[in-house]
Design a protein around this ligand. Structure first.
Ligand SMILES: Nc1nc2c(ncn2[C@@H]2O[C@H](COP(=O)(O)OP(=O)(O)OP(=O)(O)O)[C@@H](O)[C@H]2O)c(=O)[nH]1
Length: 360
C-alpha cells in the first residue's frame, strides 16, 4: 500500500498569479495548514488523467511559472508524484457516474488499482471500501453535493490479501458542468487509528482482570438501558461480590488474592454470552450487563455462576472462594442509577442472608 502520508504543500500561488480551480480549491487550504516545498503552479500535470476545469475540459501543461517554463512543469510533476499522499479531483455526473479525472501522489500506486482506470471509473476504488464505510462515504458525497459543503471523512480501503488501510479524505466541491467536481486529498492514517484503538482499549479496561472497567461498564449500561427503553426489550444487571475476600488475602496473601480475581473473571467470561458485558467495579466487586434478559432468565444464569465459582479450586481449595450476587431487571424508563441501586440492595440482602447466594 502506497498511500502514505499527508501531502505537504505550501504555495505562494497567489503571488504567482494562480487563479485556476485546482489552485483555489486544493492548494489554498493547504497553504494555511502545512509548510512544504514552496512550489507554485497554475495547473498540475497528472500521471493518471489531467486536472479538469468545471466544464470538464482538460487543463494544459504550460505557463506553469512566470519564470519557469517546462522545466518547472517537470519539476512539479516529479514533486507531485513523490507526495506522501494523494491529491485528486473527483467528478460525479448527474447520471451518478463517478471518476477521478486527476490523481497525483505516491499513494496513487495502490496495488491492483490503476490510476488510468480510476480516471474513467471510480468504482474500481469504491468497491474496495470496507462494507461499513461505503454507505458513510456515499452519504458524505451526497450531502456535499447537495449542500456544496466540504467532505471530511475516513474509511477503510481493502488491499490485496485482505489487509486494509485507514484513509482520511478531505475534499471541496464545486458545481461543474453536468455534475459536481471535488478537489481534495487523501492520506493514510492507519498507524494513528491503530494507536487510538490501543489507547481506547487501555482506558476502557481493568488492568488486572482485562474486564471492562467501571467507566466502560457504566457506558455500556447506558447504551443498553436506552436500547431497552426504545424497543421495550428486557435487560438485567447482576452485581457480584466475593465473600470474605479479606480472609482470602489474609490467608493466602495479596498476590494469590489477585490471582483469584483474574481466574474469577476468566471463569465468568466462559459462562457468559458474547453480548453480555462483565466489568470490575473495583476491589472484589463485579457487574454483568445482560441484554435481552428478563429476571427469570437472569436468575438461573446467576445461580450457575455462583455454583461454578463455589466449586472452582482457584489454585487454593474448592469452596475457598464464594460469591454473593444481586440481580435486578430494568424497569422501562427508570434512571440507570436506580437499576444499580436495586441490584445493590439485592446484593446486600444476599450478604445479610449468609452469602454464597443469589437474591433478586
Ligand atoms: N488481592 C486483592 N485484594 C483486593 C483488591 N481490591 C480490594 N481488595 C481487598 O478486598 C477486601 C475487601 O474486604 P471487605 O470490603 O471487608 O469485604 P469482604 O472481606 O469481601 O467481606 P464481604 O464482602 O462482606 O463478604 C479488602 O481486604 C481489600 O484489600 C485487589 O485488587 N487485589
Amino acid at each position: 500500500m502506497q498511500v502514505k502520508g499527508l501531502l505537504l504543500y505550501s504555495m505562494s500561488y497567489e503571488s504567482c498569479g494562480v487563479h485556476d480551480a485546482l489552485g483555489r480549491r486544493i492548494l489554498a487550504p493547504l497553504t494555511s495548514a502545512w509548510l512544504g516545498a514552496g512550489v507554485c503552479q497554475q495547473q498540475l500535470s497528472a500521471r493518471s488523467g489531467h486536472p479538469v476545469d468545471r466544464k470538464g475540459s482538460r487543463m494544459e501543461q504550460h505557463d506553469v511559472m512566470p519564470d519557469g517554463g517546462l522545466d518547472a512543469t517537470e519539476q512539479l510533476r516529479d514533486f507531485a508524484s513523490r507526495l506522501p499522499g494523494v491529491i485528486f479531483q473527483f467528478y460525479r455526473g448527474r447520471d451518478g457516474h463517478m471518476r477521478f479525472p486527476y490523481l497525483a501522489g505516491s499513494g496513487t500506486e495502490l496495488p491492483g488499482i490503476e490510476p488510468a482506470k480510476l480516471a474513467l471509473d471510480a468504482r474500481h476504488m469504491l468497491e474496495r471500501l470496507d462494507e461499513e464505510d461505503y454507505p458513510r462515504l456515499m452519504t458524505a458525497i451526497e450531502r456535499s453535493s447537495r449542500w456544496q459543503i466540504p467532505i471530511a471523512t475516513k474509511f477503510r480501503l481493502r488491499l490485496v490479501k485482505g489487509r486494509s488501510r485507514w484513509i482520511a479524505l478531505r475534499a471541496q466541491p464545486e458545481p461543474a458542468e453536468h455534475g459536481v467536481l471535488w478537489h481534495g486529498m487523501m492520506i493514510d492514517i492507519t498507524e494513528q487509528m491503530v494507536e487510538e484503538a490501543r489507547l481506547r482499549r487501555l482506558s476502557d479496561t481493568d488492568a488486572l482482570t482485562g474486564l471492562a472497567n467501571r467507566r466502560k461498564l457504566i457506558a455500556r449500561l447506558d447504551e443498553e438501558t436506552s436500547m431497552s427503553s426504545r424497543h421495550g426489550t428486557p435487560l438485567s444487571l447482576m452485581l457480584l461480590d466475593i465473600d470474605h475476600f479479606k480472609r482470602v488475602n489474609d490467608t493466602w496473601g495479596h498476590l494469590q488474592g489477585d490471582q483469584v480475581l483474574v481466574e474469577l473473571a476468566r471463569l465468568c467470561r466462559q459462562l457468559l454470552r458474547h453480548e453480555d458485558t462483565m466489568g470490575r467495579l473495583g476491589g472484589e466487586e463485579f457487574a454483568v450487563v445482560l441484554p435481552l434478559t428478563p429476571r427469570v432468565r437472569g436468575y438461573p444464569l446467576a445461580e450457575r455462576l455462583r455454583q461454578q465459582i463455589a466449586e472452582h479450586a482457584f489454585s487454593i481449595a474448592p469452596g475457598a472462594v464464594t460469591v454473593s450476587i444481586g440481580l435486578a431487571e430494568y424497569r422501562l424508563g427508570e434512571p440507570r442509577d436506580s437499576l444499580i441501586e436495586r441490584a445493590d440492595a439485592s446484593l446486600y440482602a444476599a450478604k445479610r442472608q449468609g452469602r454464597n447466594r443469589v437474591v433478586t
